[in-house]
Ligand binder design. Structure first.
Ligand code: NAD
Length: 250
């Protein structure tokens, strides 16, 4: 899909990968981007960057776990001409204490944001794109953490594996409706999420890994997302953005 002149929605757009992708979409000439997050101040900063690249930015402060608010978000977008591109990217880690001592309430929130909301938003996007006709592209953020077993945040790994299989399973929609659903699996990326792994610091279990790898930048993930959007053959596919290893495993 040629991004120029298209309408897009990016969730988790107040920071990190979502912000970088919104800016990259704007730089490719997207006409309008709905910036979705719970962090209004961060959304305003992203909106400035998007507008600076010449694209209309619309801020929507929405908690993606609020099903009614999510339905309204897509309903409003449809009334306003629909969306060609949807990037379901908002996500959290479990944070401390590491699994299995993670509080159950935190695990429930993690599942609601990382998994349930991604499925619901994909469903809304598919229904909206089907009614409009002409197809569309949906990208969901998984993780390299969803590819391999990982005890310290097993619930996170499970949600990301779920998002990956869900997105892959939607692949045949390209044949029936011209809608392409794909996933991106970022490796460890330099965003505010890393500093939250241990509460207000990097988690103890993450420090040794950080010493062994080159941390990715959010723009690296945005590049991969744009590649999936632009390549009309990609449906039910996923791109893994790996960290380069800079030291041997101890
Ligand atoms: N940074 C990494 O190393 C890494 C690696 C693999 C996957 N990911 C995934 O990438 C995605 C983006 O993360 P990031 O690294 O940019 O982190 P981030 O913390 O910078 O961005 C996540 C955004 O999601 C928003 N968000 C959280 N809960 C929300 C909710 N209920 N409703 C709406 N918005 C909400 C946050 O406010 C934040 O702006 C996440 O799904 C994350 O799991 C990140």
């Amino acid at each position: 899909m040629d991004i120029h002149g298209r309408s897009a929605l990016v969730s988790g757009a107040a920071a990190g990968i979502g912000r970088a992708t919104a800016v990259a979409l704007a730089e490719k000439g997207a006409a309008k981007i709905l910036l979705v997050d719970i962090d209004e101040a961060g959304l305003k900063q992203t909106a400035q960057l998007v507008e600076g690249a010449g694209t209309k930015a619309v801020i929507r402060v929405v908690d993606v776990t609020d099903s009614e608010a999510l339905a309204k978000l897509f309903g409003d977008a449809e009334q306003d001409g629909g969306l060609d591109i949807v990037f379901n990217n908002a996500g959290i880690l479990s944070g401390p204490p590491a699994f299995p001592d993670t509080p159950l309430k935190r695990i429930q929130l993690l599942i609601a944001i990382n998994f349930t909301a991604v499925l619901e938003a994909t469903w809304h996007a598919i229904q909206m794109m089907k009614r409009k006709g002409g197809g569309g592209v949906i990208i969901n953020t998984s993780s390299t953490g969803g590819l391999n077993p990982y005890l310290s945040d097993a619930p996170y790994a499970a949600t990301k594996a779920g998002v990956l299989m869900f997105s892959r399973s939607c692949g045949p929609l390209i044949e029936t409706d011209g809608i392409r659903v794909n996933a991106v699996c970022p490796g460890v990326t330099n965003t505010p999420i890393l500093a939250k792994t241990g509460g207000d610091k990097v988690a103890d279990w993450l420090e040794p890994l950080l010493a062994q790898i080159k941390v990715l930048q959010p723009e690296d993930i945005a590049d991969a997302v744009l590649g999936l959007i632009e390549d009309d053959t990609q449906s039910g596919e996923f791109v893994v953005v790996q960290n380069e290893r800079i030291a041997e495993t101890a």
